[in-house]
Ligand binder design. Structure first.
Ligand code: HEC
Length: 301
């Protein structure tokens, strides 16, 4: 009995400890800023997202009608919520903390910034800070651009990322880039994610045996991972760098779906044979019934 109480006490203590824990935001996350300026349209989009994802717990901003949880979810208009820097809000919404769920797999980074722009609209004193620091991915400029080049000798794809910062086009260093090849169903990742060097460049090795179309064309897609800093940046291009692969057209061979040459021979034979076998069996049964009938007549006489 005592043991039971002891373990219960430990569980209560642990959960109290967990819920009382400070919500620590790593410094680099806390310093993050939105890649776009907050406006009426971002607030409107944010309000919709807030109402579907957050209102059930956090209530209507400014009305303090939050759900009763331990710890309580703060009202978005409250000082507790508003004292967070933008980056800290972004981090907390993305990561969550029991009982608040994590939203990083539900909302895109841009969506989270839109919600933050809505939350900030309940704070008269809020002035949005914009990114001023040059260099580094946390301080990206506007309009990130991606260039794609093919290095034939080394069989590599090179990407070059630049962004306009203070009206000057500068390379973006140290940001994560991913390369994909478009396939029928989704995108196939090529090589591992790479970080850009000081010149904003990243190199991906391209497999030598990747099938392309009949002329070897593939569609390459390059994406930046750091949506928080750049928004959704993507570039694609079509290059003849894969293995030319001949896919026979559907009407070339005898096939079930071919409208010209119809079903394959083996299928026709198998079908005919099984139909004949079934009818043969039925006829055999009738013949046997006749034999029985005849035998009956003989006995009666
Ligand atoms: C299941 C209920 C629930 C939902 C849904 C929810 N939250 Fe929370 N949220 C909480 C709770 C509880 C806390 C307090 C956590 C703590 O302090 O440990 C919290 C804390 C926060 C904080 C941190 C405030 C601070 O004290 O620094 C932010 C920001 C936040 N929520 C934003 C959101 C946003 C935005 C959404 C919707 C995308 C959302 N929450 C959805 C329950 C929820």
């Amino acid at each position: 009995m005592i043991k039971r109480y002891l373990s219960l006490l430990i569980i209560v203590l642990i959960s109290l400890h967990l819920s009382a824990q400070e919500w620590v935001v790593p410094a680099e996350n806390g310093a993050r800023l939105s890649p776009f300026a907050f406006s009426d349209s971002t607030r409107k989009a944010g309000a919709e997202l807030y109402n579907t994802n957050c209102k059930s717990c956090h209530g209507d901003p400014g009305k303090n009608n939050v759900i009763k949880l331990v710890p309580p979810p703060p009202d978005p208009a409250s000082a507790k919520m508003q004292s967070n820097p933008d980056g800290a809000l972004h981090f907390k919404i993305a990561e969550g903390k029991t009982p608040m769920p994590s939203f990083k797999n539900i909302l895109s980074s841009v969506n989270i910034w839109q919600i933050i722009s809505y939350i900030r609209s309940f704070n008269d004193k809020y002035v949005q800070k914009t990114q001023t620091k040059p260099g580094g991915s946390g301080a990206a400029g506007e309009n990130a651009k991606i260039k794609i080049a093919w290095l034939k000798e080394t069989h590599q794809v090179q990407t070059f990322i630049s962004a306009t910062k203070e009206k000057v086009i500068q390379p973006v260093a140290g940001t994560e880039v991913k390369l994909f090849v478009k396939r029928y169903f989704g995108n196939l990742p090529i090589d591992e994610a790479r970080n850009t060097d000081a010149e904003g460049k990243a190199l991906f090795s391209f497999p030598k045996d990747l099938p392309g179309d009949s002329a070897g064309f593939v569609q390459l897609i390059v994406k930046l991972s750091d949506e928080a800093a750049f928004g959704e940046v993507k570039a694609d291009t079509t290059l003849a760098i894969a293995l030319p692969t001949y896919r026979p057209p559907l009407n070339e061979k005898r096939a079930m779906w071919n409208v010209v040459q119809k079903a394959p021979i083996w299928l026709l034979l198998a079908y005919t044979f099984s139909v004949l076998a079934a009818w043969g069996f039925i006829i055999y049964v009738f013949l046997q019934i006749r034999v029985i009938y005849r035998a009956g007549i003989r006995k009666d006489q």
